[in-house]
Design a binder for this molecule. Structure first.
Ligand code: NAG
Ligand code: NAG
Ligand code: NAG
Ligand code: NAG
Ligand code: NAG
Ligand code: NAG
Ligand code: NAG
Ligand code: NAG
Ligand code: NAG
Ligand code: NAG
Length: 789
C-alpha cells in the first residue's frame, strides 16, 4: 500500500475509534485507550513439533509430561544468575533438567575470559559472505558451548537500521531485509550447528534506543507498522532465520501499534507462531515484560532476567492456572518449547556444566576454561578482512608500496588503555569483561552522548553487544610490524587536533571512528573533531588516507572532495584482528572485497528516517513512531526520489576491475508460477512453496585487472508496483586476475512475491519483472526481464 493511503486509512481508523483531537491528555494514560490497534490473535498456537523438530518435540513432550505444574512454571522465569550467564532459567532438579544459561551476545561471548572478540554484525553485513557468516557462527557458537551457555543472545536483525542515528544498528547486519536474512540465517545455522540455541533478536520493529523503555509516566515508543511493510521488510529476515531452524526469538522493548512487543498477540501468536510456524520459544529482552497473563496468552514463553509478573518460580502462572484464569496447556506449551530447544541442539548429552568458567567475579580465583580454538584464527582474520569497504582510491594511493616515510594520526590508531575486569556492582546486569569502548568515549561535540571512542581503536560498539577480545591488534601495532619488514620510517601523533606533518611523508594515515552504543541513539553521523582532524592533516599532506571504524553509517562530505584525500576505508568493527587485517589490505596482500550494507548520503537531510522519533506534544506519554515510509528505506528511498548518494548501498572498490557480461534469465519449467503459492504445509518460516525456486539467473564476472580479488555480484529485482529495485540475490566469488567466473542466482517464489493485505497472502503477480545484475545498487551493467504468467 502506498504510504499516503496507509496514512489515510490509519488516520481514519484512529479518528473513528478514538477521536484524538478531543481526547484530553489524561485519558490516554491508559493502555486501553489504544486497545484494538493491534488485532487480538488467540489462543497461542502450541508448538507444531513438525519436520526437523519431530524428535526433539516428542522427547520434550515425554519429559514435560512428568513435570508438575509448579515445575513447568518454574522454567519459564529467570533466577538471579549464580554464574556470569546473562540469565538463567529455573531448573527441574527432580528430573535432572539443568535449566538454561542465556548469554550475550551476537558478536561473541561477553563477560568472560579466554574467548575471542569477533567482527560485529555490521562487519558481517559488509562482507556479503554467506560462508564466512556460517563459519563465524560455528566458531563463535563453540565458545558459548565450551562455557556451558545453552542460548547465545544473537544474532541481531532488528534494528535493521531504519533510523540512521540508531545506537544499535552496528549489531545488525545492514539495512536490507534480504541481505540481513541471508547472513543471519547462516549465522543461526552456524551457532546451532555448534550445539547452541541462537536467540534471534529483537522481535520486532525495534529501530531506536530513544524511549525504548518506559520511564516514569512515559511508555516505550510504539512502532506503528502497516501489514504490508511488516511482511516485506521487518518480518522478512526473521522468516529466514526461522526457516534456518532458529530455536529462540527475543521479543523487544518497543511497542508495536501501541502493544508491547512481549505481549503483542498479533506479532507473537499471529505472525511468528502461526504464519511462520515457529517451533522454538520466545524470551523477553531483559525487563521487556510488562504484563502477566496478557504476555503468557500473547505467546511469551520465558521472562528474563526474572519476572515480577509471573512471580518468583512462576508462582503467579501456577496460581492463575489453579484459579481457572489461564489454561494449563499454555504453560505446558511454554515448557515444551523450552525443553524441545534443548533436545534439538543436542544439549542433553555431554553439555558442559552451566556457565562453567564464568564466575561473577574474575578477580577471585576461578578455574580457567579455555574456549578459544586455534582453528578459529583464519575465520577471525577473514571476518575482519572482508568487512572493510574501500570507497575512494585515486592516484593508486592504495595499495601502499614500501613507503619510505609513513605518518600516522588519530585517536583510533592505538589499542585502548585498558581491559576491564572490575567486579559487577549489580548481579542482574553483569559487567562487560574486556573491552568497553563506551568507557573510552569522550564527547567532542555538544551532545548527550559521545560520538567517538576517543581513547583507542574501536573494534566493536558499546553495550550488551560488545565482546571480550583476547587481544586487540590495533592498526598502529600492525603498521609497526610492517614498517620493520619494509624498512619504513614512521612518524606519529595520536593526540593533536592539528598535527605537524613531515613534508617528506609518502602517505599520511588518519584514524577516526564513529561510536554507537546500546542505550542511546547517536548524536549525529559525523563529528566536528574528527572532521577537523582529517582536514588538518589533508591540508598538509598530499596523500592522505582516511580509515574510519564506524558503528553505523558515517558521513564524509565535510572532506571527501579534498584533493589531498586520496583513499578512504570504512573499516566498520573488525573485532580483535582489526589492525592485522587492515594492514593486509593497505599493502595489497589481500584485495578489499567488502560492500556497503547501507547508503552513505551526501547530507543528513537526504535520509527520510534520519533521527529517532521523540515524544510529541500530543503523545507526550506515548511516543508514536509511524513507519509511514513503508518499504522505502535506504536505497529504495534514494531510488524512488532520484537522490544521488555519496556512496550507494552495495558499493565498494577493490584493486582490480571487473566486467559483467552474459546475463541469462530462465524460468524453471517444472515449477508453478501461479498467483497464490501452491497448497503446501506451513514449515518453519512460512508456507513451504514460498521457498520454491522459480527462476535462475546467470552472469559472467571477468577480472580484467592485474590482481586477484573477490567480487560481490548483486542481483536486483523490480517487483511491479514496488520499489524501483530490491536486492534479491548476491554471490561473492573469487576471481583470479585474467579469468572469468559464472555467478548463479536462485529466485524463490518469495523473492518475487508481494504481500497482499486484501488476500492476506503472498502473491506472485502475473507480470513482467525487471532484473539487474552488477556490482552495486547503482552500478548495474546487465539488465533483463522476467515474465511471469
Ligand atoms: C502517526 O499516525 C497517526 C495515525 O495516522 C497520526 O494521527 C499521527 O499524527 C501520526 N504521527 C506523526 C508524527 O506523523
Ligand atoms: C498495525 O496496524 C496496522 C494498521 O491498522 C495493521 O495493518 C497491522 O496489521 C497492525 N500490526 C500489528 C502487529 O498490530
Ligand atoms: C526452580 O528452579 C530453581 C533454580 O534452578 C531451583 O533451585 C528449584 O529447585 C526449582 N524448583 C522446582 C520446584 O523444581
Ligand atoms: C509525568 O511525570 C512527570 C515527572 O514525574 C510529571 O512532572 C508530569 O506532570 C507527568 N505528566 C503527566 C501528564 O502525568
Ligand atoms: C505475583 O506474585 C507475587 C507473589 O509471588 C505477588 O506479590 C505479585 O503481586 C503477583 N503479581 C501479579 C501481577 O499478580
Ligand atoms: C488468578 O490468579 C492470578 C495470579 O495470582 C491473579 O492475577 C488473578 O487475579 C486471579 N483471578 C481470580 C479470578 O482469582
Ligand atoms: C580518555 O582520554 C581522556 C582525554 O585525554 C582522558 O581524560 C580520560 O581519562 C581517558 N579515559 C580512559 C579510560 O583512559
Ligand atoms: C595538499 O598538500 C600539500 C602538501 O603536500 C599542500 O601544500 C597543499 O596546500 C594541500 N592542498 C590543499 C588543497 O590543502
Ligand atoms: C548538510 O547540510 C547542512 C546544511 O547545508 C550543512 O550544515 C551540513 O554540514 C551538511 N552535512 C554534511 C555532512 O555535509
Ligand atoms: C571472459 O569473458 C569475456 C566476456 O564474455 C570474454 O570476452 C573472454 O574471452 C573470457 N575470457 C576467458 C579467459 O574465458
Amino acid at each position: 500500500m502506498a504510504p499516503n493511503i496507509w496514512r489515510a486509512i490509519c488516520t481514519a481508523f484512529v479518528l473513528l475509534v478514538h477521536p484524538i483531537t478531543t481526547v484530553a491528555q489524561a485519558d490516554i494514560t491508559q493502555d486501553s485507550f489504544f486497545y484494538g490497534q493491534s488485532p487480538p490473535v488467540y489462543p497461542s498456537p502450541p508448538m507444531p513439533g513438525a519436520g526437523q523438530w519431530t524428535e526433539a518435540y516428542s522427547k520434550a513432550v515425554a519429559l514435560v509430561s512428568q513435570m508438575t505444574l509448579e515445575e513447568k512454571a518454574n522454567i519459564t522465569v529467570g533466577y538471579n544468575p549464580t554464574t556470569g550467564c546473562s540469565g538463567e532459567t529455573g531448573s527441574v532438579p527432580r528430573l535432572n533438567w539443568p535449566g538454561l544459561c542465556l548469554s550475550d551476545a551476537g558478536n561473541g561471548l561477553r563477560n568472560t575470559d579466554f574467548v575471542n572478540g569477533w567482527p560485529s554484525g555490521l562487519h558481517v553485513g559488509a562482507s556479503w559472505n554467506r560462508n564466512l557468516a556460517l563459519q563465524r557462527g560455528l566458531h563463535m557458537g563453540a565458545e558459548f558451548k565450551t562455557k556451558g551457555v545453552h542460548v547465545a543472545l544473537g544474532p541481531v536483525i532488528a534494528p535493521l537500521g531504519r533510523v540512521y542515528e540508531g545506537g544499535r544498528n552496528w549489531e545488525g547486519m545492514g539495512i536490507d531485509p534480504y541481505l540481513v536474512g541471508q547472513l543471519a540465517a547462516e549465522t543461526v545455522q552456524g551457532i546451532q550447528g555448534a550445539g547452541v540455541t541462537a536467540s534471534v533478536k529483537h522481535y520486532i520493529g525495534y529501530e531506536q534506543e530513544t524511549n525504548r523503555n518506559p520511564e516514569g509516566n512515559v511508555s516505550s515508543v510504539s512502532s506503528n507498522i502497516d501489514d504490508k511493510t511488516i511482511h516485506e521488510v521487518y518480518l522478512w529476515p526473521f522468516a529466514d532465520t526461522i526457516h534456518a531452524g532458529a530455536g529462540c526469538i527475543m521479543c523487544s522493548y518497543n511497542r508495536l501499534n501501541n502493544s508491547y512487543a512481549c505481549q503483542n498477540s498479533k506479532t507473537l501468536n499471529g505472525l511468528l507462531k502461526t504464519e511462520l510456524g515457529f517451533e522454538g520459544f520466545v524470551v523477553s529482552d531483559w525487563a521487556a515484560q510488562h504484563a502477566g497473563l496478557a504476555s503468557a496468552e500473547a505467546g511469551l514463553d520465558v521472562a528474563m532476567p526474572n519476572s515480577v509478573y509471573w512471580g518468583v518460580s512462576g508462582g503467579n502462572l501456577t496460581a492463575a492456572v489453579n484459579n481457572g484464569s489461564l489454561a494449563e496447556s499454555r504453560v505446558t506449551d511454554m515448557a515444551t518449547r523450552i525443553v524441545a530447544s534443548w533436545y534439538q541442539m543436542g544439549q542433553e548429552e555431554g553439555f558442559p556444566e552451566l556457565g562453567i568458567g564464568m564466575p561473577l567475579d574474575y578477580t577471585a580465583p576461578h578455574t580457567p576454561i579455555y574456549a578459544r580454538d586455534p582453528s578459529s584464527r583464519s575465520v577471525l582474520l577473514n571476518g575482519a578482512l572482508e568487512g572493510h569497504v574501500l570507497v575512494k582510491n585515486v592516484n593508486k594511493a592504495l595499495p601502499l608500496k614500501k613507503p619510505k616515510l609513513l605518518s600516522i594520526f588519530g585517536y583510533d590508531a592505538v589499542a585502548p588503555p585498558e581491559m576491564d575486569i572490575s567486579p559487577p556492582s549489580d548481579p542482574l546486569s553483569p559487567f562487560t569483561f574486556g573491552y568497553e569502548p563506551e568507557l573510552d568515549a569522550i564527547a567532542f561535540v555538544s551532545s548527550s552522548f559521545p560520538q567517538i571512542a576517543q581513547n583507542g581503536t574501536m573494534v566493536s560498539g558499546g553495550g550488551s553487544g560488545a565482546n571480550s577480545p583476547a587481544y586487540i591488534s590495533a592498526p598502529f601495532d600492525a603498521l609497526q610490524e610492517q614498517a620493520y619488514q619494509d624498512d619504513t620510517s614512521l612518524f606519529w601523533d595520536f593526540t593533536s587536533f592539528a598535527p605537524v606533518v613531515d613534508a617528506s611523508s609518502d602517505a599520511c594515515l588518519v584514524f577516526i571512528n564513529a561510536f554507537a552504543t546500546e542505550g542511546a541513539d547517536r548524536a549525529g553521523l559525523h563529528d566536528d573533531f574528527s572532521d577537523g582532524l582529517v582536514l588538518n592533516v589533508a591540508d598538509n599532506c598530499a596523500n592522505t588516507i582516511v580509515v574510519i571504524h564506524n558503528a553505523g553509517p558515517r558521513l564524509v562530505d565535510q572532506w571527501i572532495d579534498h584533493p589531498n584525500i586520496t583513499a578512504v576505508i570504512f573499516a566498520h568493527l573488525p573485532g580483535q584482528d582489526s589492525g592485522r587485517a587492515l594492514v593486509q589490505l593497505l599493502y595489497g596482500v589481500q584485495s578489499p572485497s567488502g560492500k556497503l550494507p547501507y547508503t552513505v548520503a551526501k547530507n543528513e537531510s537526504d535520509y527520510n528516517t534520519f533521527a529517532p522519533t521523540l515524544p510529541s506534544e500530543e503523545y507526550a506519554l506515548f511516543p508514536q513512531s509511524n513507519f509511514s515510509e513503508g518499504a522505502y528505506i535506504d536505497y529504495r528511498n534514494f531510488d524512488a526520489k532520484n537522490i544521488t548518494p555519496r556512496y550507494e548501498f552495495g558499493f565498494g572498490l577493490t584493486y582490480t576491475t571487473f566486467l559483467y557480461s552474459d546475463l541469462e534469465i530462465e524460468i524453471l519449467p517444472t515449477v508453478s508460477t501461479s498467483y497464490f503459492p501452491p497448497d503446501s504445509p506451513v514449515v518453519e518460516g512460512g508456507i513451504a512453496s514460498l521457498w520454491d525456486v522459480i527462476a535462475q539467473v546467470h552472469a559472467t564476472v571477468s577480472n580484467i585487472g592485474e590482481v586477484d580479488a573477490a567480487e560481490v555480484a548483486q542481483l536486483y529485482v523490480g517487483i511491479p508496483g514496488g520499489p524501483v529495485r530490491q536486492l534479491r540475490g548476491f554471490s561473492k566469488v573469487d576471481v583470479p586476475a585474467g579469468s572469468n567466473v559464472t555467478v548463479e542466482f536462485d529466485l524463490l517464489r518469495r523473492d518475487l512475491s508481494e504481500w497482499s493485505v486484501v488476500e492476506q497472502s503472498w502473491v506472485l503477480q502475473q507480470e513482467s519483472y525487471g532484473i539487474w545484475v552488477g556490482s552495486s545498487s547503482r552500478d548495474l551493467p546487465l539488465q533483463g526481464t522476467l515474465n511471469i504468467g
